[in-house]
Design a protein around this ligand. Structure first.
Ligand code: NAX
Length: 331
């Protein structure tokens, strides 16, 4: 029998946490044969709700779930974890300055970085979901210098999946027949959903999505805006932000990272930039990646046209500003 993998979910008493923990316990993140032990962290005001989630996990009698740790103690939460999904954070409330929200999250991610560095299992893989996701991941990386930078990522898979969904709806094809869209940059409204290299499986073979859509205006306009603004559209409709789709995408992100991407398919992940595609090194930026043997690598050699170049640069610029703002919160 396989040893259980310990999966940390922070902010586990929140909306995304509530959707995510049963998915992990059912094997959607690490596969249908992989036993798991869930570590759930939240803050004291949410301790009772967190205990309720633990009760429900017990009541669901998941065969793969070998244990549950529900705690408000960061050290207990981080000890021995192999995968850490960081969903907890400080939300932006009405009337709050960007800098104030940043400053709260910088201090949370700084202290959780230290706890992970000291207590997580060697080679722990980290996924930051909480906003500002790219910059929280960057802070986590800076304050956990002994965790390899390859192990620290942020979630843009939800945006990636949203882009697949929009192409599938437009062409009336199944979403699993669409692949290789790209989300470049920040998980924010400056992200660039790019279909330049996307393909669609048809009866006549694989065709470029651009050719099938055959409407550059839509692809460069409404499509991009719909993906960029999808989070806001969900809030408007549900009066709550995306939760099940965020949880499902977090599972996709970790699953592909650990178990590998299918041959010929790439996915989008926020990773530490090495300067590929002339994106400034030292940002956590979303790139197209393939994964193998538990490691991601940035897909190289894609052509970037002038339209795309501007979009890649604009979202990089925003991330550079966010990085400066985060650093100004440290002093
Ligand atoms: P909720 O407010 O429902 O849940 C957040 C939970 O985190 C709460 O239970 C809160 O008590 C807890 N928390 C706060 N500070 C904490 C700390 N220091 N340690 C541990 N837990 C802490 O928000 P939810 O809708 O679940 O969203 C969570 C985060 O995901 C938000 O930051 C949100 O902006 C972000 N999102 C990111 C997405 C992405 O694609 N990267 C998409 C969905 C989502 O909007």
């Amino acid at each position: 029998a396989m040893d259980p993998v310990r999966v940390l979910v922070t902010g586990a008493a929140g909306q995304i946490g509530y959707a995510l923990v049963p998915m992990v316990a059912r094997g959607a993140m690490l596969g249908p044969d992989q036993p798991v032990i869930l570590h759930m962290l939240d803050i004291p005001p949410a301790a009772e709700a967190l205990e309720g989630v633990k009760m429900e996990l017990i009541d669901a009698a998941f065969p793969l779930l070998k244990g549950v740790v529900a705690t408000t103690d960061v050290v207990a939460a981080c000890t021995g974890v192999n995968v850490a999904v960081m969903v907890g954070g400080f939300p932006r409330k009405e009337g709050m300055e960007r800098k104030d929200v940043m400053s709260k999250n910088v201090s949370i991610y700084k202290s959780q970085a230290s706890a992970l560095e000291k207590h997580a299992a060697a080679n722990c893989k980290v996924l930051v979901v909480a906003n500002p996701a790219n910059t929280n991941a960057l802070i986590l990386k800076e304050f956990a210098p002994s965790i390899p930078e390859k192990n620290i990522t942020c979630l843009t898979r939800l945006d990636h999946n949203r882009a697949l969904g929009q192409i599938s709806e437009r062409l009336k094809v199944h979403v699993s027949d669409v692949r290789n869209v790209i989300i470049w940059g920040n998980h924010s409204s400056t992200q660039y959903p790019d279909v330049s290299h996307a393909t669609v499986k048809t009866q006549g073979g694989e065709k470029p999505a651009r050719e099938l859509v055959a409407n550059v205006e839509w692809l460069q306009g409404e499509f991009i805006q719909t993906v960029q603004q999808r989070g806001a559209a969900i809030i408007k409709a549900r009066k709550l932000s995306s939760a099940l789709s965020a949880a499902s995408s977090a599972c996709d992100h970790i699953r592909d990272w650990v178990l590998g991407t299918p041959e010929g398919t790439w996915v989008s992940m926020g990773v530490y930039s090495d300067g590929s595609y002339n994106v400034p090194a030292g940002l956590i930026y979303s790139f197209p990646v393939t994964c193998r043997d538990g490691e991601w690598s940035i897909v190289q050699g894609l052509t970037i046209d002038e339209f795309s170049r501007k979009k890649l640069d604009a979202t990089a610029e925003e991330l550079t500003e966010e990085k400066a703002l985060a650093y100004s919160c440290l002093s």
